[in-house]
Ligand binder design. Structure first.
Ligand SMILES: [Mg+2]
Length: 266
């Protein structure tokens, strides 16, 4: 197996390029090697905490050089998607203060919980302060016909030391259960999220590789979009995941370094 023939490399962020606030083993070296060979790079993340600018800065802080133009987040995509669907609109946001602010910057009016029934859309990301009041307000907005938009349905967020915390998925599930409604999902595994990345890079699916630690999002989504898929197992985001879904399975990015042939090394 030689990966040198692919022109674009799409990386998942958490549990792949970094584990919490530590770079993943081999991440720095692999990015350097890909760049020296002229490969295109895009970090494709379902994160609802920060946008491309903030993540680029955060990554630089741990020694990973990834410019904002090479980072695609659901955090940034949410407001743009709402504008495309509704124009500037009224939103109930279940997420971080930063996500509220990001939606406002896109021209939307972010409503307080008490005015939930006026919302045209409910946007749900990972909310550190998620509680029953927020869950109920979101369900009531959806009852009134608001679009139910989830940034992602990721279940576990891998952090340092092999540990995890809750991602947005459990919160999306709680709201969906209460509202008797399934959400639209903006991030991986939605094919549109992969297609957007390929368009930005100007490459065809068969020229690109998706590398990630989540079978449900990175691997199944990447495969459905026509990409070669590589599963990282070290972060163990789902202990019972079916590894056979991936085209290639490696322990971490350091192990992936051996899959690049000797040709055109610079
Ligand atoms: Mg991940």
């Amino acid at each position: 197996m030689d990966l040198s023939s692919y022109t674009a490399f799409l990386f998942d962020l958490d549990g792949c390029l970094r584990y919490g606030l530590e770079p993943a083993p081999g991440a720095t070296l692999l990015l350097q090697r890909l760049r020296s060979r002229g490969k295109s790079i895009m970090v494709l993340t379902n994160t609802s905490a920060k946008g491309a600018e903030g993540l680029s800065e955060e990554l630089r802080g741990i020694g990973l050089e990834v410019p904002p133009a090479e980072i695609q987040t659901t955090f940034d995509a949410a407001g743009e998607y709402l504008r495309y669907r509704f124009g500037p609109t009224t939103v109930l946001c279940i997420g971080t203060p930063a996500l509220h602010e990001r939606l406002r910057r896109e021209g939307h009016q972010v409503l307080p919980l008490a005015r939930c029934r006026e919302a045209k859309a409910v946007v749900v990301g990972r909310d550190q302060e998620f509680n029953i009041d927020r869950m109920v307000a979101a369900a009531k907005a959806i009852d009134e016909g608001a679009a139910f938009i989830a940034l992602n349905r990721d279940v576990r967020l891998p952090i340092e030391g092999g540990d995890y915390t809750a991602a947005a998925g459990p919160m999306v599930a709680a709201i969906g259960t209460l509202a008797y409604k399934e959400p639209e999902v903006l991030g991986k595994p939605s094919p549109a999220f992969f297609e957007l990345a390929l368009r930005r890079l100007g490459v065809a699916p068969q020229e690109a590789v998706m590398i990630g630690d989540n079978v449900e999002t990175d691997i199944k989504g990447g495969k459905a979009a026509g990409l070669f898929t590589i599963l990282i197992t070290e972060s163990n985001v789902k202990p019972t995941a079916d590894h056979s879904q991936a085209d290639l399975v490696v322990y971490n990015l350091a192990a992936l370094l051996t899959y690049f042939g000797h040709g055109s090394r610079r």
